[in-house]
Design a protein around this ligand. Structure first.
Ligand code: FAD
Length: 413
């Protein structure tokens, strides 16, 4: 029998986390604005975050995904998925427990591919929340297709000299390190061209040119344009194998995409609950909104899509644990959950009418944030394309797309 029960240790931890968010995070949320999460005046990072992280440590919820040897809790992936969901509507909560993008993914990347020296120099201070990181893959002419990357890493006697122009680098203001993807062998075949380098942001020639101004998206350190002009780094700056940058980026993104999906599920659930509460309270033309079929259908469709989203994530987690292929499932989740979030938040905003459009309620912010989910970590169209390619290949070789379309028996027979 398929077992959907959640172990007691997971529910106990999630309860602890919920209490921490309720008691320590929610009261601070109203005092922060979007600008605080961008470059801002640094108040969030210097005044708000340190005492909040101390409280998170005392509450036993700090660093759920960080390995125990680096001071975290080292919780399993399934628990982390629930953690992401609970933190979803509260970006400050993810920051408080040090499980926010892009540092969560950088730590995972360092854990998977870093040397002992890189672990001590970078992973430990990241895990302890003493420094922040950013990840620079996207360029003005290389977004969805990172094999087009034109930033160059040339060998010098002592290491590498990097030149490049990056955009959409989340968190670059105030970051101590930037993981830069650059072509180390520009003429090599696509999969071997690009490598990853850890660049200290105080290196000469590393410059945050400007902060882009996004319509939403609360992430500490802004969304930035970055330039690297003859940045010299030692040979120890190379992360992982030479030429393995693209496959490492996929490994980094796979787990990040599941984390995002669960955060989006958390936000969509909060929006659906708000919409249902409002529909029960609000009367127009002598009747509650909740009695109108148009509103009921939005709520029912939202709950249905959320339910499917959750099952998709659980199935992907199961596949990861079983070592069963899951690339197509991650792409489906990235697309489906991002679009579900967009739809539910949009419908909820409509249920609130004009009140959904102003800042008295969180819906207008979630609406702005949700729009980006269909773009970052691969636009929906690129993920659909990836699923279709795998599906067609599967049908060509086996005569059926059962495995791709979630048939559990398809794994076994
Ligand atoms: C909020 C936010 C945060 C981000 N953070 C980071 C970060 O920290 N680090 C980083 O390196 N990057 C980051 N990015 C960049 C992000 O990953 C890119 O925006 C994304 O990969 C798309 O690239 P692009 O914007 O250049 O669009 P393009 O590659 O120009 O694509 C434009 C559109 O073309 C269509 N398209 C492209 N390819 C196909 C295809 N094969 N089939 C059908 N349609 C297609 C899609 O509709 C797509 O939206 C961030 C972006 C946002 C919005």
């Amino acid at each position: 029998m398929i077992d959907f029960s959640v172990p007691t240790e997971v529910t106990t931890f999630i309860r602890q986390l919920r209490d921490f968010i309720h008691d320590d995070v929610v009261p601070l949320e109203g005092t922060l604005v979007d600008e605080d999460f961008r470059g801002g005046d640094g108040r969030l990072e210097t005044e708000v975050l340190p005492p909040l992280r101390e409280k998170a440590r005392q509450a036993g919820v700090y660093g759920p995904q960080i390995p125990e040897e680096f001071g975290g809790l080292g919780l399993p992936l399934t628990t982390l998925a629930f953690v992401s969901e609970v933190c979803g509507p509260h970006p400050l909560a993810s920051l408080a427990i040090n499980m926010m993008a892009p540092d969560e993914a950088t730590m995972h990347l360092l854990e998977m591919f870093g040397s002992d020296e890189q672990h001590e120099r970078w992973l430990r201070p990241l895990a302890e929340g003493r420094i922040r990181s950013c990840f620079a893959m996207t360029e003005p002419d290389a977004g969805s297709d990172p094999s087009r990357i034109s930033s160059l890493a040339r060998r010098t006697g002592a290491g590498w000299r990097i030149d490049g122009h990056k955009v959409f680098t989340s968190g670059a203001v105030g970051a101590a390190l930037c993981v830069v993807m650059a072509a180390s062998d520009p003429d090599a075949p696509r999969r071997d061209r690009v490598s990853m380098f850890i660049v200290p942001t105080d290196a000469e020639g590393f410059e945050v040119v400007r902060e882009l101004k996004p319509m939403g998206y609360r992430e500490l350190g802004g969304l930035c344009e970055v330039r690297l002009s003859g940045v010299e780094v030692g040979s120890e700056a190379l992360l992982g194998d030479l030429g393995a940058g693209l496959s490492m980026a996929q490994a980094r993104l796979a787990r990040g995409r599941l984390g995002h999906a669960m955060r989006w599920i958390g936000i969509a659930q909060a929006a659906l609950d708000l919409a249902a509460e409002r529909a029960l309270q609000r009367e127009t033309f002598g009747q509650q909104l909740s009695k109108r079929q148009a509103i009921q259908w939005w709520l029912a469709d939202g709950a249905t899509q959320l339910s499917a989203s959750r099952l998709m994530v659980l199935n992907a987690l199961w596949r990861i644990e079983q070592g069963v292929p899951h690339k197509a499932q991650i792409s489906m989740i990235k697309t489906y959950v991002a679009e579900t979030l967009d739809k539910i938040v949009d419908d909820a905003l409509q249920v609130f009418g004009g009140w959904g459009y102003v800042t008295d309620f969180p819906l207008e912010r979630w609406y702005r944030d949700a729009r980006a989910a269909r773009i970052y970590d691969g636009p929906s169209e690129v993920h659909r394309w990836a699923v279709a390619r795998e599906l067609l290949n599967e049908v060509e070789t086996t005569g059926t797309a059962r495995r791709i379309s979630g048939d559990v028996l398809g794994q076994l027979i």
